[in-house]
Design a protein around this ligand. Structure first.
Ligand code: SF4
Ligand code: SF4
Length: 175
């Protein structure tokens, strides 16, 4: 079992050299669960919620700020906003954000705090079926491949669990 957990952990961490520094994910992001800016703010200021959720919301707002409107976000990354609305529904109040630390570096835009960028950025993107990859994202192929393998591991564990449960039930009925 520990080998399986180690494998899944490794699959969740994509090699950082795959990033081609296009900056698209710094220009456009959402908070998990499709929360609006007001909801993320409320979560960050709450005391009773799950501690890890509160910390996650605080970390997120330390670097990301909301676009003035969803229309503005749609103009900047139409594919991204469309895929987000497909998940959360056209009428959802999902917030779109951009990073405060994305700035001009010579002719290009880049991360102004690259060496000290937060853990959140170092871990991005985490392979999952809901992870959106920008068309140019260097993680796209590997991220999707890793998620397929994680899904297969989960299915085979579920099969083993079902098999053990029916075996135990059959033995119980025999007694
Ligand atoms: S801190 Fe840097 S790497 Fe992280 S989102 Fe902002 S610009 Fe991107
Ligand atoms: S979209 Fe992908 S390749 Fe581009 S900066 Fe973000 S993680 Fe790197």
């Amino acid at each position: 079992m520990s080998n399986i957990l180690e494998r899944v952990n490794n699959l969740l961490k994509l090699p950082q050299h795959l990033c081609n520094m296009c900056g698209n994910c710094c220009r456009m992001a959402t908070f998990k669960g499709g929360l609006s800016y007001e909801e993320v703010l409320e979560l960050a200021n709450s005391k009773d919620e799950d501690e890890s959720q509160v910390v996650g919301a605080k970390d997120f707002l330390a670097i990301f700020q909301p676009y003035v409107s969803s229309e503005e976000a749609k103009k900047i990354a139409p594919e991204f906003t469309e895929s987000v609305y497909e998940i959360f529904g056209k009428d959802s109040k999902v917030g779109f954000f951009h990073c405060k630390f994305l700035g001009k570096m010579g002719e290009k835009y880049g991360c102004l705090i690259h060496e000290d960028r937060p853990q959140l950025c170092r871990m991005y993107p985490i392979p999952h079926e809901r992870t959106f990859y920008f068309p140019e994202c260097g993680f796209k192929e590997q991220g999707r491949k890793n998620w397929e393998e994680i899904k297969n591991i989960i299915s085979s564990l579920e099969e083993k669990r079902d098999h053990l449960q029916s075996k135990a039930k059959a033995e119980e009925e025999k007694e």
